[in-house]
Design a protein around this ligand. Structure first.
Ligand code: WQD
Length: 337
């Protein structure tokens, strides 16, 4: 069976960690990435970590002609992992058409190229944002999908529906929709990690940059929520655990002999508050984080974390790393930058 896997956005944060795990598992990734949200030297780091440089094409995933020409370069592609998308919630509110055009346009280009080249296996990078503000914080895949809080979240809901409708259309497709909770951390080697563009939107990179003196002070977005310490609760999952789930999803797809479009929650199953993250970071790294409590952030969900039972059972996957491990690795990475 061929082991080539097209990985769009393969130089990105989750993409690069997944490429490493794919290579460790004996796959041959073919990266499609135009480095708009990543750096070319990440490919060198992958080479250092695995002893082999992955194949790569620097093209726009939303350019259907370009995508098809890359797919036609190879006759032995087993499947596609589609990461390439814009993912900053706040930015999506300011620039909605850029998000819809890119995130939906690139998925449609990929699906059409898959049809043309008879590739049926797809792992799609989705998000827990599809659940909105859940009625119960421990969400399963049957928790109702709610109206998105942002254009970013809306593109994920729409993309999942597009893939389901492609299956209904009769195009042969086996798809795993991986709903990430909050990816954090970095590769234990210190060679890969998150590279936020400009001011980080997300909590952990903002913490590491504050601890490194790049940012003056972290503002905690509200402490008047009905949680144990008043701050928001999320399910923070180590990026390497998340990467390994993609390899498991491909293995699961190999055993599917009929069209499928199956969602999986990828989280630890444990909720952690903002203040708990800050204090854990300080303790595990023996550094102080300068922070203050500020107002709530528009669109924030009060609390959400995964019920990961379905992924654990069906994908035979489980998280190995703790939040503390992830916070240690994220600090190690920050210190290399
Ligand atoms: C977490 C908590 C903030 C920054 C992200 C991604 C989304 C999806 C889910 C993958 C919130 C608080 C943050 C700061 C703070 N992942 N915070 N001060 O909003 O849960 O969404 O994970 O698709 O794409 O955006 O993550 O890290 O932005 O926020 O207090 O400077 O940290 O208010 O409560 P979020 P986040």
């Amino acid at each position: 069976m061929s082991k080539k896997i097209i990985v769009t956005g393969g130089a990105g944060y989750i993409g690069s960690h997944t490429v490493v795990e794919l290579m460790h598992a004996g796959y041959e990734p073919v990266i499609i990435d135009d480095f708009r949200n990543s750096k070319p030297w990440i490919i060198d780091r992958i080479g250092e970590l695995t002893g082999k440089y992955p194949l790569g094409h620097s093209i726009d995933c939303a350019d259907e002609k370009e995508v098809l020409s890359v797919f036609r370069n190879y006759t032995d592609i087993f499947g596609v992992i589609h990461f390439a998308a814009y993912k900053a919630v706040g930015e999506s509110v300011q620039k909605p058409t850029m998000y819809y055009q890119n995130n939906i346009g690139s998925l449609c280009a990929i699906l059409n190229a898959m049809k043309e080249t008879k590739i049926s296996n797809l792992v799609f990078s989705s998000s827990c944002t599809v659940y909105g503000e859940p009625s119960t914080p421990a969400v399963t895949e049957n928790t109702p999908i709610q109206k998105a809080n942002s254009p970013y979240g809306d593109t994920k809901i729409i993309c999942e529906r597009i893939i389901e409708n492609v299956k209904i259309s009769g195009q042969p497709i086996q798809a795993a929709l991986l709903r990430y909770f909050n990816p954090i951390g970095a590769h234990p080697s210190g060679k890969l990690g998150e590279l936020p563009n400009g001011i980080p939107n997300n909590l952990v990179p903002y913490i590491t940059q504050t601890a490194a003196g790049i940012r003056e002070q972290l503002v905690v977005n509200g402490n008047d929520y009905t949680t144990s310490d008043g701050t928001n609760i999320r399910d923070y999952i180590h990026v390497v655990d998340l990467a390994k789930a993609h390899v498991k999803a491909l293995e699961w797809l190999q055993n599917q002999n009929k069209p499928v479009c199956e969602p999986f929650n990828l989280g630890t199953g444990k909720g952690t508050s903002v203040l708990e993250i800050i204090h854990s970071f300080e303790e595990v790294n023996q550094v102080k984080v300068n922070y203050k409590i500020g107002p709530r952030r528009e669109g924030d969900v009060e609390q959400i974390f995964a019920n990961p039972t379905k992924a654990e059972k069906m994908l035979n996957w489980k998280c190995d790393y703790s939040v503390a491990d992830a916070l240690k690795h994220s600090w190690n990475w920050e210190k290399t930058l």
